[in-house]
Structures are given as C-alpha cells and as structure tokens.
Write a new protein. Structure first.
Length: 426
C-alpha cells in the first residue's frame, strides 16, 4: 500500500500526557506561526506521523503508556524527522526518563513556549540549516522563502498579533493590475474584516504605498535593537508609542517615517479619532531582541518588507505621554513633580532648582547629565517636591519618558528570561 504524505508547513506534532495540559505552550507556538497538532492519544499520534510529514515531533516521557518511551527510536527508524523528548513533571522519575531518552534533543520541565523555541533553534543550528522559526508566515518573524514576487504580486503585507486578535499573522498580496485606489480598497476590506483595533488597522494601512517591497525577499531581519524610531500617538482612546525598527537596527529615513505617520494619522482622523500632531523621535533604549519582546509587551506587532529589510512596528500603550506639568515662577519655565523623574538616568534637558530666597533658577542637572537616585532622596528630605525646566524642553521630556517606559519593559522581559533559564537549569 502506498501512503501519500501531505506536508504540513512549519508544523509540530505534540504527544502529551493529558489532553488538557500545555495549552499556553501551544498558544504561544501558534501565535508564532506554527501549525500545532496536539494529542494525548498514542494511536492518533501514530496516524498523524504516517499521514503527514511534520517538521518536529515532541514526545512526553510522562505519558501513562510506557510504550511511548520507545516511540522516538521507532519513528526515527522509519521517518526522517527531528524528535524532541520533553518532561511535563519535575519529579525524579520524569528527570530519569528524559535523561535516558534516546533523542538528541530534550526539554526539561517546565515545558514552555520559549523553551520549545530555544530547543528548535538549537536543532536547526546543529543541522546547519536556517532556523525554521525564522521562516514562518507569522506576525513575529519573517517573510517565508517561498513568497517570491511574480507577475501577479506587487506587494506583501503581514498583519500581526494584537490583544484582541492573538491568532496567526495574515499575508495580504496585492495585484499589480489593480489601480492604487483599488489596491487600497482591497486591503482596507481585509483589514476591516479582522478583529484588530482601530490603531492596529491604522498602522497596517500606513504601510500601503509607503513600504517598497521590491522582490519580497528580506536580507536583513529585525533582531537586536537599540535605536528605534518612535511615533507618539495621543488621542482620547489611544495613547502610546508606535515603535518602528528596520533590520540590523538600521536608521529609518526621516521622510519615510513621516509618510508612515501622515498616513497613520489620516486613517485615524477619517475614522473619527482626533489625534494630536506630535514629533517623531529617534530613541536610545537598552539592547533587546525586538520581536520577542514586542510580542510579550506590545498591544500588537506589524511586519513588512522594505528595501530588502524587515520593517517592524509595535504599539506600546501608556498614558499620559508627558508627565503633568505646572506653571513655574517664570513664564519661560514649567515645573515637574519630582516623582515623575527617574533616578540613575540620563536627562536630555536642563533641569533646574528654584531658590525662593533670591528668586533665581539654578541649573541642577545639565542636558546629557545623570540625575541620580541619591539626589532625589536628598531633595525629598529637604521638602522639595518639584524641579523646573524650560518650556522648549517638552519634546525632550516626552522622549525621556518614552525611553524610561520602554526600558522598564525591557528590564521585565530580561528578568522573565532569566527566571525561565534558571528554572530550566534547576
């Protein structure tokens, strides 16, 4: 009998101990574009192995059927597939079963989405092939290699993840025979049929007509980032930072990002969402793996191809964009609450202290200097609740707050990674 196999693109088969376990891990992987088939039925799993060609098979050593422990060797004798054993329990028995498993790759409990990602990346590096996690048609990763431009395709846009739409990213291809107006209407119909928020759809729409897809191939992917470009968005419903990065942390041309901003604000206004016109800032943040971090903390992430590089835009909602400012003793000055300033952090504006005894402003920390936590503590002991800055420093203050806010999210992300690593090692 001849069995016809159907290739499941970027797929995982998971044989676990119980039907109701690992739901968060599976959701994590699906959100990154993987087709995940999960079952606790051994017979069902074997049928899947025969009928489909999976990229990876994950087998739990904690399954109640003891024959499962011999499955990796049995499958590898018949099929060319990478098998990963994993433990769902931290018990000594599970540890011993996993250690004695014949598979090269193993994941010790807890079995989390990031843990699966790391293990698969190790597999692909060891095999000398591009990581499969980096070829997926997903909101967080790259244009797949098979998406080559042809006579019928003039653009590829990937809609990504949002809090209201956590599913897979969707690739939209635009026909070159359509007029720009028809293309835009086609794209808008697709966008409006999704569950994306208005700000997410505005961001998606802003890419149309601005990104230069070329042949659709991405040479430089978004990876580690320290110099993103930020569009400040402030309206009644949406307040936050739309952070944009290019592959290899390349600087984004000012004219390009301004066109993105113009299209973004127009879409919002056309949909009855008044938005305050704001400046665009080039931020300096701590180095971070942009896309995994954005998927963890941003409201949504959108990616597209632009001039051979991956372009990623993530929206981080926060309110207010600028700390509350009050009138100062001089018309050219404003005052800020001490509690709205961050200790041990560089300021990008001159910071003054007001001396009532002689009605003078004295420079306390110069632009580019560090404002230390010990200074904050000392000022509080002296009963000082406000410091002062020049009115023209408001844009610099907005940039200062954005960097501090994003850096705090990066700190949280790195701490989570550290805890996960320590848990796996333990």
């Amino acid at each position: 009998m001849t069995i016809t196999t159907a290739k499941a693109s970027q797929s995982l088969l998971i044989l676990k101990s119980d039907t109701n376990t690992m739901t968060s891990t599976e959701t994590f992987l699906r959100n990154r574009g993987w087709e995940v088939y999960s079952t606790s039925d051994v017979k069902n799993a074997l049928i899947q192995v025969v009928s489909k060609e999976y990229d990876y098979i994950l087998i739990s050593v904690d399954h109640e059927n003891k024959k499962v422990l011999s499955l990796p060797k049995l499958i590898q004798e018949k099929f060319d597939v990478t098998i990963i054993s994993f433990a769902e329990s931290t018990s000594a028995k599970s540890f011993n079963n996993l250690t004695s498993s014949p598979t090269v790759y193993k994941i010790y409990a807890p079995i989390t989405g990031p843990a699966v990602e790391r293990c698969i990346n190790k597999c692909t590096k060891a095999q000398g092939t591009p990581g499969k996690l980096r070829e997926k048609q997903s909101d967080s990763y790259r244009l797949p290699a098979f998406l080559k431009a042809n006579n019928d395709v003039s653009g590829v846009y990937i809609s990504g993840k949002s809090k209201t739409n956590p599913g897979l990213g969707t690739v939209h291809m635009l026909n070159e025979n359509m007029s720009p107006h028809q293309q835009r209407l086609q794209e808008l119909r697709k966008l409006n049929s999704t569950n994306d928020t208005l700000i997410a759809r505005a961001t998606q729409t802003s890419l149309i007509g601005n990104v230069e897809i070329l042949d659709g191939n991405i040479i430089d992917n978004v990876s580690m980032t320290v110099h993103p470009t930020c569009i400040f968005i402030d309206s009644k419903r949406f307040s936050g930072y739309l952070v944009a990065v290019l592959g290899n942390d390349e600087a984004i041309e000012e004219s390009f990002i301004k066109n993105i901003q113009k299209a973004l604000f127009k879409f919002l206004k056309d949909n009855d969402e008044p938005v305050t016109e704001t400046d665009i800032s080039r931020l300096h943040i701590k180095q971070v793996e942009f896309e995994p971090w954005a998927l963890e903390y941003a409201d949504f992430l959108k990616t597209a191809a632009h001039l051979g590089r991956e372009l990623a835009l993530a929206f981080f909602s926060t309110k207010p964009l600028i700390p509350y400012l009050d009138r100062s003793k001089h018309s050219d000055m404003i005052k800020i609450q001490l509690q709205d300033l961050k200790g041990d952090c560089k300021v990008e504006f001159n910071l003054y202290i007001y001396l009532e005894i002689n009605n003078k402003f004295v420079l306390y920390t110069p632009n580019g200097g560090f404002f230390y936590q010990k200074q904050i503590d000392r000022l509080k002991k002296q009963g000082i609740t406000h410091l002062h800055l020049q009115k023209g420093s408001v844009p610099a203050l907005a940039k200062y707050k954005a960097q501090n806010y994003l850096n705090s999210l990066i700190d949280s992300y790195e701490e989570k990674k550290k805890v996960l690593f320590e848990t796996e090692v333990a």
